[in-house]
Ligand binder design. Structure first.
Ligand code: PHE
Length: 478
């Protein structure tokens, strides 16, 4: 890519090379992306996953449809944009992963690297439980059980069964482990170049069909038209947590990706591309699932509150309309592609956790991978059993999986994001990062970036967090 640099560019790059020769040396050792599109695809591969296809639609359904959608989009183009730029620039500037990047710039802020490290450790196990669910559906479809998957009780019977979800969870984590252990991510990345577009095309196709089903019109309205009466701080908190989760922000992952990015590549335009891709798939998934769920529930919004099961309940019913054979093929294909998207995200999560273990405890890659594998299995078991044998364990109506999800997305990630803004705005200084972003061209949204990082993001996130904590303790009801 971008071989036709002008001589001025070349000179710039040369002096840049000298300045940063040490960093570049480290970078060489760490490997790196050879082209901008390679970077964008890899980052999008981490970003696009269950967060877009499974989590976004059920949150949108739960938090009022259109109003959630609107809140999400506003947050994506403001908070999401500046935070992703900031993290990638931070990574590229330091040439390090999160745990060391903060430390390098200021010793006292090393704790923020640790906080960022805890988040993927919490997410990976329960992410893999849902990955296991997808695996089960894929397996059901390829073994000809598509019709039964559309049955009313199929999903419930599955997640409440004592061993089945555990088995699929174990298989899912084991696949991720094998990929990470043998370092075959590159191969996975290559395949994902074909499979991700296939997933997008299939989703578009299913969406068009789902939108023409009788009874879906109400659902489309619910999803697209904001009802401002349904707006509350909870909507914002949920949308914010979803934004971080979906874009793999506030947990150091984009810092690590940034550390592999070449100095010549443009950060700003890469971020635009990743964002459009990630948000586009989330919005499309909502459009595929919510109107269908509406149609099948006879327009009863109550059933839209299905929570984590929404995708698994709604889609098989759509596929069943295509008959046994057609529906079977469609279901198998769809769940295979979703499974793949989930695997690529889980691989990037496990990679992150493994490198944290390597950095912190100075263990070999092999040993670290085994530790993370066993740890993930152990930590995921409660989330899996929480829908069945341990369903009695719940806090405020949340299952164990919901609790982990809430802890990471609605508490820890906003805190990490808030601190990252404070760190950049007041400790490192925005200028330091904007210089990095401007290495190869003007930064169009520089002023906006500065104001957001210094004032808007930290103040808003703090306000949202405080309000929801007060709410959780019953100080007042929002
Ligand atoms: N962003 C991924 C998704 O939407 C989840 C993820 C989070 C993956 C963090 C890697 C790291 O599914």
């Amino acid at each position: 890519m971008e071989e036709n640099n002008t001589s001025a560019d070349m000179q710039d790059n040369q002096s840049l090379d000298e300045q940063n020769s040490q960093e570049l040396q480290t970078k060489k050792k760490r490997g790196g992306f050879t082209s901008k599109i390679g970077f964008v695809l890899a980052a999008a591969g981490s970003a696009v996953g269950l967060g877009n296809i499974w989590r976004f639609p059920y949150l949108a359904a739960k938090y009022g449809g259109g109003i959630f959608l609107l809140t999400y989009i506003v947050l994506a183009v403001t908070f999401g944009f500046v935070l992703m730029i900031a993290e990638i620039a931070l990574g590229r500037k330091t040439g390090m992963s999160a745990i060391n990047a903060f430390k390098k710039l200021n010793k006292k802020w090393a704790f923020l690297g640790v906080l960022c490290a805890i988040i993927p450790i919490i997410i990976l196990p329960y992410y893999s439980v849902i990955g296991g669910w997808v695996g089960k559906y894929f397996f059901t479809y390829i073994t000809g059980g598509g019709a039964s998957a559309a049955g009313d009780n199929f999903f419930n019977a599955f997640i409440t069964s004592p061993w089945q979800p555990l088995l699929f969870f174990f298989i899912f984590v084991s696949i991720v482990f094998v990929v990470v252990l043998f370092g075959v991510e590159k191969g996975v990345e290559k395949v994902s170049k074909f499979l991700m577009p296939a997933l997008v095309l299939l989703t578009i196709g299913v969406t068009i069909y789902a939108l023409t089903m009788p009874g879906s019109a109400e659902g489309i309205k619910y999803y697209l038209l904001p009802d401002f009466k349904k707006f509350s701080v909870k909507t914002v908190l949920a949308a914010l947590g979803q934004l971080f989760y979906s874009m793999s922000l506030a947990m150091g992952i984009m810092i690590t990706y940034g550390s592999y990015m070449k100095k010549q590549d443009k950060i700003e335009s890469s971020v635009h591309q990743i964002e459009v891709f990630d948000t586009g798939i989330a919005l499309l998934s909502g459009l595929m699932i919510i109107p269908a769920a509406y149609a099948f529930s006879g327009g009863n919004p109550e059933t839209l509150g299905q929570g984590p099961g929404l995708m698994f309940v709604a889609l098989p019913k759509v596929f069943a309309n295509f008959g046994n054979v057609g529906g079977g093929i469609l279901g198998a294909l769809f769940f295979a592609l979703v499974l793949f998207a989930a695997l690529t995200s889980a691989i990037s999560l496990m990679e992150t956790v493994v490198s944290i273990v390597i950095d912190k405890f100075h263990l070999s890659r092999k040993k670290s991978s085994v530790i993370v594998y066993v740890g993930t299995l152990l930590l995921g078991i409660p989330s899996s059993l929480g829908f069945g044998v341990w369903s009695a364990v719940s806090v405020g109506g949340m299952t164990i999986l919901d609790m982990f999800d809430f802890l990471s997305n609605s508490i820890l990630m906003p805190i990490a994001a808030l601190l990252t803004c404070v760190f950049i705005g007041y400790v490192v200084g925005c200028q330091n990062l904007t210089d990095e972003i401007e290495l190869n061209g003007p930064f169009k949204f520089k002023k906006f970036f500065n104001v957001m990082i210094k004032y808007v993001c930290p103040i808003c996130i703090a306000a949202i967090l405080v309000t929801s904590i007060l709410d959780a303790f019953g100080v007042f009801n929002i």
